[in-house]
Design a binder for this molecule. Sequence first.
Ligand SMILES: [Zn+2]
Length: 201
Amino acid sequence: MIDIELPPGDKWRLFELQALGFRDFAGVRSDAALDPFRLAKFASLLVVSFDQIKGISVEARAHLLGSGSEKWSGGACSHPLPDGRRIVILNPNHGRMRTNATLMEEISHVFLGHQPSKLKVMAENETGQTISRDYRKADEEAAYATGAAALVPFSALRRFVLEGLTSLQIAKHFHVSRELVEYRLKVTRLWGTYRAAHSTR
Ligand SMILES: [Zn+2]
C-alpha cells in the first residue's frame, strides 16, 4: 500500500482509517467520489423513496415536505424486513449532495456495528409519526464523522487544498455539499491552510 496520510488527532485518525476501509470495500479510487447508493446494499439497507411510503396522511406529508422539511434528513426504520434489510427513507427535498451525507451516515452506523439505543419520534405530528432508530451521542458523532471522511478523504482533500481548489470545487468533485467540505477542512485542521490560500483578493 502507498503511504496513507492521516489527519491530526487520535479520534480523527481512527475515523479516517475506518472511512478508508469503507472506500476500500467500495473499490473506489483514493481521490474519486464515493457513491453511497452503491454501498447501501452491502450494509443491507434498502433506500425507499418517500413517495413509496403508504399510510402517511395528506397533512403529515404536507408537513414533512413543507414547513417541517428542514427538521429531518432521513433515517433507517427500526424494524428489519424478513430478509434482514432495513429500510432507509431520505428527504426528497434535500437534493443529492445532502442526501449522500445522510445515507453515508446510515451506512456508517451499520458498518461500525452501532446498536440503536431506543426509538425516537422524528417528526412531530398527530397522524403519521415517523419512527427512526436513535443512537447514542458518541455513535452519532462517529457515524457522521466517518461517513463524511468516506465521502471526502483526507489525502485527496489535502492535495486539492494545496492545489488551490475552492471548497465549492472540491464539493462538486466529491458530490457533496460545500458545508460538508468545510466541516472536513475544519476537523482535519486544513482550515488554516485553506483560508491562507484563499484570503488574498
Ligand atoms: Zn445517525
